[in-house]
Design a binder for this molecule. Structure first.
Ligand SMILES: Cc1cc2nc3c(=O)[nH]c(=O)nc-3n(C[C@H](O)[C@H](O)[C@H](O)COP(=O)(O)OP(=O)(O)OC[C@H]3O[C@@H](n4cnc5c(N)ncnc54)[C@H](O)[C@@H]3O)c2cc1C
Length: 514
């Protein structure tokens, strides 16, 4: 009996939250990357509880030929990671119709309990009602909690607070056997750490307990430019090495290889009243680097923030005429990318293919990367922002499944490209995909041991290399918690049950082929 038959006979009956409606199937069949042809699943489950998810997975696990089940948060992956194929079922986690629990803030204990499919923007809204907020963020808030915790969740706060996965106190997880397990540092510890950064391989996160801090009210947001990569990275590394209260709260940066991209889509920082006169900065047409830093503060500190920022800035070596400052509410800063999204949507430039490449580059080789990629392969043209910022490895828990380079400091380099059908040759999808391939090839040939963030690999051999020392544990967690390889098959790490090599549970019904 395959899933089609199970659906027909009503064996998968999860309180009517199941749908095979064509519009539902279509809406979960592609992702933000738009790099793969959409593939409709067999059915979509809109769960209202962890038990709904568990019942589906028990059916998938217990049927003669197991079938794939993938959680879909907000579908903001690039390479079909939340897709499930024609013979699987998608669990639409980000769905309010079915009444999943609202975020529950516990102000005394400084945490919030959230449904795994909750969007970070809604977590923020809820916690702000109590004057609190999570500590570590992604640049964009319309991502689900389960989706970012399955990767890491990083932004300019990660150097200090670690990634989002370092700020989780407890999880409820439905494993690939359909068991609902509570896990934390004290309970089911292996599963807890395995799921964090675990690419959805060991269970579906139905609840996460996120640590909170008092929310700042305002943000002083500063950008300064550099023409020397060495000076730029020296300053970034200095900033992330600072301890104590007197430091910036957020450290990021980006590369400007193409003047047109200074006002890139990621933010509306440079307003018409605050234009960047790039010609005023002597770049001689070569690559520039922009450091982006913020200082959070409360209204009551508005008198002293200027002075504090001035003292911190004195230690930096940016081009003196290149300081751009703005000041805004904390919530507007955190939600900055959404404004850009709305602008791009209005120009039909949001729903286009996104051949993104995100790499963690070890500090010792970042300068070689600059020479070979920013000043080399990119050839003065990009098709989107290129972020670059360093992080401290000691803020990452080695027991999590997330993979980072083997150095105390490493950089995120994020090439966030949009491909245009009718654009110049350098904006076309094939051109950008080829450029990504060349960048990876360059790193391999130059022996720069990069790790992909939001990884995507074609073969299991590449996955084994990606996980390195963590592979044996990763594989053994898979065997323990998802032995029939049901979950998150869109990651393409393990062979999926549809090409099953795995013995059916019941030998009497081995005829299903789907
Ligand atoms: C515009 C944009 C900006 C971004 N900015 C950042 C950033 O600043 N920092 C950063 O770290 N990342 C960023 N990302 C990447 C993003 O964090 C990941 O792509 C993330 O997986 C997207 O979350 P999602 O809810 O859309 O997940 P989906 O794409 O729906 O799912 C991703 C994977 O996680 C699994 N999954 C989803 N929900 C669960 C769950 N509840 N339990 C277990 N597994 C689950 C899926 O099966 C799939 O394998 C950005 C992406 C976009 C499109």
């Amino acid at each position: 009996v395959g899933p089609t038959e199970l659906l027909r006979i009503g064996a998968i009956d999860v309180d009517g939250h199941f749908t095979v409606h064509p519009s539902d199937l279509t809406s979960v069949s592609s992702d933000f990357g738009m790099l793969k042809s959409p593939e409709k699943p067999l059915a979509v489950l809109h769960p209202s509880s962890a038990e709904d998810v568990a019942r589906l997975i028990r059916t998938a696990y217990g049927s003669a030929t197991a079938f794939p089940v993938s959680a879909r948060g907000h579908g903001h992956s690039i390479n079909g990671q939340s897709s499930v194929g024609r013979n699987g079922v998608v669990v639409a986690m980000n769905h309010r119709k079915t009444g999943t629990p609202e975020p529950l803030v516990k102000p005394e204990e400084m945490y919030v309990d959230v449904w795994g499919g909750e969007l970070w923007v809604d977590v923020l809204k809820k916690t702000l009602e109590h004057g609190l907020a999570p500590k570590s963020w992604t640049d964009y808030l319309y991502l689900s909690v389960g989706g970012t915790l399955s990767n890491a969740g990083i932004s300019g706060q990660a150097f200090h607070h670690g990634p989002q996965i370092s700020n989780v106190l407890e999880l409820d997880v439905v494993t690939g056997k359909g068991e609902v397990k509570r896990c934390s540092e004290e309970e089911n510890t292996r599963l807890f750490h395995g799921v964090l950064g675990g690419l959805g391989q060991f269970g579906i996160i139905t609840r996460a307990r996120i640590s909170l801090e008092p929310a700042p009210q305002r943000v002083r947001w500063i950008r300064v430019l550099y023409s020397s990569f060495e000076v730029f990275t020296e300053d970034q590394e200095y900033l992330i090495s600072m301890h104590g209260a007197s430091k910036f709260d957020y450290v990021e940066g980006f590369v400007i290889v193409d003047e047109g991209l200074v006002n890139n889509w990621r933010s509306s920082f440079f307003s018409p009243r605050n234009p960047v006169k790039i010609s005023s900065v002597s770049s001689n047409g070569s690559v520039l680097y922009c450091l982006e830093i913020t200082k959070n503060y409360h209204d009551s500190d508005s008198e002293t923030v200027d002075q504090e920022v001035e003292i911190l800035m004195k230690k930096l070596n940016f081009i003196p005429t290149s300081v751009f400052t703005t000041d805004l509410q904390y919530v507007d800063f955190l939600d900055r990318v959404h404004k850009a999204e709305l602008k791009l949507r209005s120009k039909n430039l949001w729903e286009v293919p996104h051949p993104w490449l995100n790499l963690f580059v070890p500090k010792s080789r970042i300068s070689d990367f600059d020479k070979g990629v920013f000043k080399g392969i990119l050839g003065n043209k990009t098709s989107g922002p290129i972020l670059i910022y360093p992080m401290n490895k000691d803020k990452w828990d080695e027991r999590s499944s997330a993979v980072t380079p083997d150095e105390e400091v490493f950089y995120l380099v994020a090439l966030l490209r949009s491909a245009l059908k009718d654009g110049e040759e350098t904006q076309k999808l094939e051109y950008l995909k080829e450029q990504n391939r060349r960048i990876l090839e360059f790193c391999e040939q130059a022996k720069i041991n990069v790790k992909q963030y939001l990884p995507h690999h074609a073969t299991q051999e590449q996955w084994v290399a990606h996980f390195g020392d963590k592979w044996d544990r990763f594989r053994s967690l898979k065997a323990e918690f998802d032995p029939r390889h049901i979950l998150a098959t869109g990651q393409r790490i393990f062979q999926s049950p549809s090409r099953s090599l795995f013995p059916p549970l019941s030998s009497s019904s081995s005829s299903a082929s789907w």
